[in-house]
Design a protein around this ligand. Structure first.
Ligand SMILES: [Zn+2]
Length: 410
């Protein structure tokens, strides 16, 4: 190769790399401006939602662009009095709403009422005693809203979603059919504890795919039962894997007496093994009767990884739902996502929330993992499976951070 050719080669290589870097920054810019970006929140006005000290949160910008931000949402906006400054407040009313507010809560109970003008929102801090907000600067033009706060990244102990006000509907509860009829009578605190059955194919499915759901349900005191259809004996270490599942369940706060692991010739772990769905349906019928199960959660018809055993479990549950005479039972499936979303880690939370929000009549719900470290710990209990690529999977898989459940209609 001549000197000139060598140089040409190096220059071409350098240019290619620079294009790659430029592309990366373009993508970052587009993400920041149009989709999602981090922000720091501080000060007393949003106590108790946010602490006085710096908290790192994620903002999503799509709701604002689509005009979907509304009462209850925590938003970051440009201060109407100093556009170089951004403040964090909660939307109390949108255009056309009548707002009644306490003018000066520290000194009197005097209230005032007004109608929010077109194209404006009314914002207040959660700590009305120490917040400079619409009560002082009036309704805010919608255009000043920068993003909706939806996820707290730091402090790590408080990692998790920032929903609407605490009394609004808990996503885990939305799964239960009788939720709406009960809430009219009870407050959220006295809701009945329910029996949930998670049906999986192999030991480790629970920690790898379903841990956001399990964490949400157990933290609210619901009884989670696990029915694992095989001991995962593809490599001949079924008995070891069985023990690992008990151990992982304990980490996930599921009592081991509520974990049933089948070892049946018709349900053996492996690609190409076809499982008997009508037998599975019969087993479910008995299990549901014995444990007074209210709700079943399982794989969808793709089964996250496309594994045939996962898909057969889905078919078995679907069959049960068609066959059963128990009309008051509901089944939900874990929505399989495409490969990009699957490996986008916590970023997928945004896509999941967005798709669940846009789903028709509450047939899809998004459960965020409130304790990803617990999920990681649970997966590490599956020692025989705990190899480097699974460690990577658990860290980067969106299923460690969020589960979207869709109702199985039969
Ligand atoms: Zn599996």
């Amino acid at each position: 190769m001549s000197l000139f050719q060598q140089w040409a080669f190096i220059v071409k290589e350098a240019l290619d790399k620079s294009f790659l870097v430029a592309k990366f920054f373009c993508a970052l810019h587009v993400t920041n401006t149009y989709l999602c970006s981090p922000a720091l929140v501080q000060g007393p006005s949003m106590l108790p939602t946010f602490n006085l000290t710096n908290e790192l949160v994620l903002l999503e910008r799509i709701s604002i662009r689509n005009g979907k931000a509304g009462p209850g949402d925590v938003v970051v906006l440009r201060s109407p009095e100093n556009p170089r400054k951004c403040v964090t407040k909660r939307i109390i009313g949108k255009e056309g709403d009548n707002i009644t507010y306490i003018v000066d809560p520290k000194n009197s109970d005097k209230t005032e009422t007004l109608t929010v003008p077109k194209g404006h929102v009314w914002v207040q801090g959660d700590n009305i005693y120490n917040s400079y907000d619409s009560r002082h600067f009036g309704p805010v033009p919608y255009g000043l809203l920068q993003g909706k706060v939806f996820w707290r990244i730091w402090p790590a102990g408080a990692f998790g979603s920032i929903g609407r006000r605490p009394e609004t509907v808990d996503p885990a509860l939305k799964l239960f059919r009788s939720y709406s009829s009960r809430t009219s009578r009870d407050n959220a605190g006295s809701l009945q504890k329910r029996n949930v059955l998670l049906v999986i194919a192999h030991p480790d499915d629970e920690s790898m795919f379903f841990s956001p759901t399990i964490n949400q349900l157990t933290s609210r005191g619901h009884n989670v039962h696990i029915l694992c259809m095989s001991i995962g004996n593809a490599d001949g270490i079924g008995n070891v894997r069985k023990e690992e599942l008990y151990s992982a369940s304990a980490t996930l706060k599921v009592p081991i007496q509520q974990v049933t692991i089948m070892d049946h010739p018709d349900f053996q772990d492996g690609f190409g093994k076809i499982w008997n769905t009508s037998l599975l349906s019969n087993i479910l019928e008995k299990k549901i009767h014995d444990d007074a199960i209210d709700i079943i959660i399982t794989f969808d018809n793709y089964g996250v990884s496309g594994h045939c055993n996962h898909r057969d479990v889905h078919l078995g549950v679907q069959r049960f739902m068609l066959d059963t005479s128990q009309r008051d039972i509901e089944a939900w499936e874990l929505v399989s996502t495409n490969i990009i979303r699957k490996y986008s880690g916590p970023v997928d939370i945004w896509f999941s929330l967005w798709s669940a929000q846009n789903s028709l009549n509450g047939q899809m719900h998004c459960l965020l993992n409130e304790n990803p470290r617990r999920s990681y710990a649970a997966m590490s209990r599956h020692l025989s499976q705990w190899v480097w690529f699974r460690k990577l999977f658990v860290s980067f898989s969106s299923y460690t951070y969020v589960n979207t459940l869709r109702k199985i209609n039969t």
